[in-house]
Design a binder for this molecule. Structure first.
Ligand SMILES: [Mn+2]
Length: 428
């Protein structure tokens, strides 16, 4: 299903008057505070968050999975769904492919299909956390860190194969999330395991084009429950530093133990110019993969405060040097509506971070005025920025209210009619 421009324009017409009123109130308020609404709008409009190819179908747990109907049956249809999201919000113009779940059979055709919908190919993702049919060696006891050289070679070659697909599609980064680890004390020599991982990652790095990044993701537990080879940002950072300049750390919000100060991790990585990528989601307990901003929106805001500060003052030049992606699972919601909500929550956190009066905040910090520092943050946090986000969408040709239009047009019903009720997309 492809949306026509006039469907979006007709929807926007019906929202015009109230939107204009809300927007002018907000821009007046921002101007009074010495902020330039136009420059905030420009930054919002330029910010694109990639959608992973595994997020377009219903997610599940190890206990079960409930189909939503009309799920994309192949990569072509997955990209079509991302095209729908992007047409509605104009902020999801990239897809992050998972290999081997979404191997493009005809790379030229798929590239053309994507570019027709305004979508480019973001980081490609390898998979050595499960065995594939006809695979020679099993990853049951690890992949890049495995004790046997032949298993490590197989895993390294898989990553190189993923790079080859990415090169054909125009990707510029490989994301490695390593499920390797151990379930019981004594199972692994922790130092040797780390060393083997470093050697394997170095081999992969050596096979990347000169303008690619290697993004190293970390996770404290699951699927292994005693030790993970890359459990935290420190280990990822250590590996990235040893592997090379274009190896960077990727922060997945769900991959931290409860109450970890993620914004401080972001600040530290930016201080070192090693923040390479970001996976958005939210969680109450661990890697829950819930909608970004649905549980801890203030944390998301604080993270964006560090991102904005780091980019404006630090070693990471601009937002385009960081790979942004949503990494969530949609067990109960329509994935397309959930992704629209996630992108809006991310934009909200970003917009509020741009409203922070940085000069005043720095002055308060220098004077150790703790109360004022908190007030400055709260002033930005408590501002309703939705009119700005709406305006950024409308200006870019998107919908004033994407979820409302998605429902008015009965998009899911149409997809079910086109694809059937029992379809299941590959993914988590
Ligand atoms: Mn992730």
């Amino acid at each position: 299903m492809i949306l026509a421009d006039d469907q979006i324009q007709n929807h926007n017409q019906s929202e015009t008057t109230s939107h204009r009123n809300e927007l002018s109130q907000l821009t007046n308020l921002l101007s009074e505070r010495g902020k330039n609404p136009e420059s905030i709008l420009r930054r919002l409009t330029g910010f694109q968050v990639a959608i992973p190819s595994w997020a377009l179908g219903a997610g599940g747990t190890r206990f079960g999975r409930f189909s939503i109907g009309g799920e994309p049956r192949n990569l072509h249809e997955k990209i079509e769904d991302i095209g729908l999201i992007h047409a509605l919000n104009c902020s999801s113009g990239a897809v992050s492919l998972h290999i081997p779940w979404d191997i493009p059979k005809d790379t030229d055709a798929i590239k053309e299909h994507a570019s027709g919908l305004g979508i480019h190919f973001d980081a490609v993702n390898s998979n050595t956390f499960q065995d594939q049919p006809k695979q020679e060696h099993s990853y049951k006891f690890g992949s890049l860190s495995h004790t046997k050289k032949e298993v490590r070679n197989q895993a390294v070659h898989h990553n190189i194969e993923v790079i080859e697909y990415g090169k054909k599609l125009g990707s510029k980064a490989l994301t490695v999330w390593l499920a390797d680890g151990s379930n019981f004390p004594g199972q692994q020599n922790l130092r040797k395991t780390l060393n083997r991982t470093l050697q394997s990652l170095s081999e992969i790095y050596a096979s990347m084009p000169y303008n690619w990044k290697l993004l190293i993701e970390y996770k404290p537990f699951e699927p292994n429950f005693y030790s993970m080879v890359i459990p935290d940002w420190g280990t990822s950072f250590l590996l990235a530093n040893s592997v090379g300049e274009r190896a960077k750390t990727l922060v997945d919000l769900g991959h931290h133990l409860p109450n970890t100060n993620i914004e401080q991790i972001v600040a530290t990585l930016m201080f070192e110019g090693k923040l390479g990528g970001f996976h958005f989601n939210d969680s109450k307990y661990a890697d829950d993969d819930l909608t970004a901003g649905s549980i801890k929106p203030y944390q998301l805001f604080l993270i964006f405060c560090e991102l904005v500060d780091g980019i404006d003052n630090g070693n990471n030049d601009d937002f385009s040097n960081i790979d942004w992606m949503i990494d969530a699972s949609h067990n109960t919601k329509d994935p397309l509506e959930d992704l629209l909500q996630s992108v809006e929550a991310i934009q909200t956190a970003f917009a509020k971070a741009l409203l922070v009066d940085r000069n005043r905040l720095e002055e308060a910090r220098e004077e150790n005025d703790v109360v004022l520092a908190q007030e400055v943050l709260q002033d930005a946090w408590a501002t309703d920025v939705r009119p700005l986000i709406r305006e950024s969408r409308i200006k870019s040709g998107g919908a004033a209210n994407p979820i409302q239009l998605f429902r008015d047009l009965q998009v899911r019903k149409t997809l079910i009619k086109e694809r059937g009720i029992g379809t299941a997309a590959t993914g988590l």
